[in-house]
Ligand binder design. Sequence first.
Ligand SMILES: Nc1ncnc2c1ncn2[C@@H]1O[C@H](COP(=O)(O)OP(=O)(O)OP(=O)(O)O)[C@@H](O)[C@H]1O
Ligand SMILES: [Zn+2]
Length: 467
Amino acid sequence: MKIYNTLTNQKETFKSIEDGKVKMYVCGPTVYNYIHIGNARPVIVFDTIRRYFEYKGYDVTFVTNFTDIDDKIIKKANEEGVDYKVISERFIKEFLVDSQGLNVKAATHTPKATEEVEGMIQMIEALIQKGYAYEVNGSVYFETKKYKPYGKLSNKNQDDLEAGARIAVDDEKRNPMDFILWKPKKEGEPAWKSPWGEGRPGWHIECSVMSKKFLGDTIDIHGGGEDLVFPHHENEIAQSEAANGKDFVKYWMHNRFLNIDNKKMSKSQGNFFTVRDVEQDFSYADIRFFMLSAHYRSPINFSHDLMQAAVSGLERIQTARSNLAYLIECVSLEALTETENQMVADGKVKAFRDKFEASMEDDFNTADAISAIFELVKFANKNTSTASSKAFVTILLDEIDALCGILGIEAKRAETLLDEEIDALIQKRQDARKNRDFALADHIRDTLKDKGILLEDTREGVRWHRS
Ligand SMILES: Nc1ncnc2c1ncn2[C@@H]1O[C@H](COP(=O)(O)OP(=O)(O)OP(=O)(O)O)[C@@H](O)[C@H]1O
Ligand SMILES: [Zn+2]
């Protein structure tokens, strides 16, 4: 399997640190808003990469964090006159609703920065003790000059960086490129006790610490969007390698941007659509399909027309699938015919999976993997009829489901339910729960999920939405 490694700027053959195991860390969202469709790209891409490793038999430990303390969260909390935790908890929940809808598998661990402050203090202490960090007036900075390989991920040279950076007259930093590890408390802001007084950690130290805690000093894969290469990931490397004395990450993977009018979709630029907005017009399944129809290292443009094209593509697969499911019900022949047998023996069916795998093994080229599914669909349409055998149609249907399943694509068209039918089923589930018939309650929830209806239990009752 080949992976493009940002650290070496080339595709490399993947070899896991431990046989059969993959340790992955993906930088998670800062939770102060709904995620936009650009933020959904790394979420979907790295979930798909994880799924492919699992398909290949690897045991994957997947960690993604929540940055639940940050200036933007505090700002939003102040605007609403609530505690910062009200904001972070609200948007963690909303993030999980979107992830579930996008068919993203639950991570093995989802640490929150505010619950890991102790570990951050310990790593900062170790960095000071080893001479990589210094304290000034309650702030602690990492001294980039002390870590010689600084710049190795982003191919930046320390001298060029210094020349480009300015240092303010009143700045406490020794060098312009030094970055903050610990910030002193500001009036009215949440703070934690530390050896340097009350304060809170900087953003970069969070990931170094959470990755170490759940995955150890050296991990296989660290992922995120391309904007995180510098400074975030460069700083993570400096912190982790300086503190632990070991290589931090074997393969650095970065998705390119999702653009709108050829500009990065971004919260701060205001040129964004939330996943929740887009899901109103399309569906979560359409969004996932759209995202995977491009290779993660190609920029992707977002527009209504391009989304519509993705919808048509997904429909093509879903229609073929439901035709096959229908055929299985009505064909009379059970066993493979001679021609079908020959096609299977000649590897005509397997060829699509081979192409699919070859594409995925070439740096997770989901665009080509989806082409392989389209070719399989075309083959199925061409080679099946009411004269086919049940066995042959089943092989093709299972193959479509299997390949779509690896990518987390919804091959099965969700049957639409009327709002009243959904409400009635939800009521039935509530009654079942009241009667402590949890098996029935779960069954109803699963039935609704199969039909594309996701439930969310809130204090105000059950909310539902279509996936
Ligand atoms: N347009 C985009 N395309 C692909 N990935 C993106 C895009 N925007 C952000 N990301 C990724 O989403 C994750 C969360 O990013 P972040 O919260 O900084 O979003 P943002 O919209 O860039 O916010 P801001 O504009 O306020 O910096 C990161 O992995 C980031 O690289
Ligand atoms: Zn990070």
